[in-house]
Write a protein that binds this ligand. Sequence first.
Ligand code: DC
Length: 239
Amino acid sequence: MNDTTDIPVIAIDGPSGSGKGMVTHALARGLGFHILDSGALYRLIGLAAIKSGTDPADEPALARLGLEMDVRFEPTDDAEEPLRVFLEGEDVTVRIRTDEAGVYASRIAPLPQVRESIRILQHSFRCAPGLVADGRDMGTDVFVGAPLKIYLTASVEARAERRYNQLKDKDIGVSLAALSQSIAERDERDMNRAVAPLRPADDAIVIDSTSISREEVLERAFALVQEHLGLTVTRDATT
Ligand code: DC
């Protein structure tokens, strides 16, 4: 296997709706880096399970889906949807973003065999000139040696409102109260599971975006890249 340990990785972890996708897109665009959306991989296993009629409790079968699924990501110019996602050649970008797919993903993500099944796939995204890896355990498990780890967070209310507006723009109907509850339950599952629970890595820098603007979050992230990697992030119209 090629040695990729010299290729820089920026790990962006945090709970659902904390703005990881937005920061990941801005950094990847501005540095010309690749993107790993690890949450999409768990959502895709969920979708593959539904499509093939796999029992959601059958861990080995779910892990096989993780190993065998044919996944393709295509970068876009859209900050809200930085990647188009294909499963077995079918564009599932919108389907994997539904709250239902997110809940399914968070149910199967604690299964150790499922997590292991996509480890090699996740590492394969580490290509020159660099990678921005978005997830829950990028800094604590998958890329522990990453030279920059950012942990993004915000209150449940702030995150529910942002997610509500995103879904509304995509005509995916859901109530704010239901979304708040679902986010709180998802936090609970993601943070309290036995395997790779969501938490900041010891060497992660925490950015709480509850009461700061999107601009300020980006400014802080760009400054951290300069400080830790010595690279200047160029801002373009899509970010
Ligand atoms: O980031 P997201 O909302 O697309 O993630 C969906 C679920 O997948 C999330 O609730 C937990 C799980 N997940 C994970 O366990 N590890 C990751 N690196 C990314 C996501």
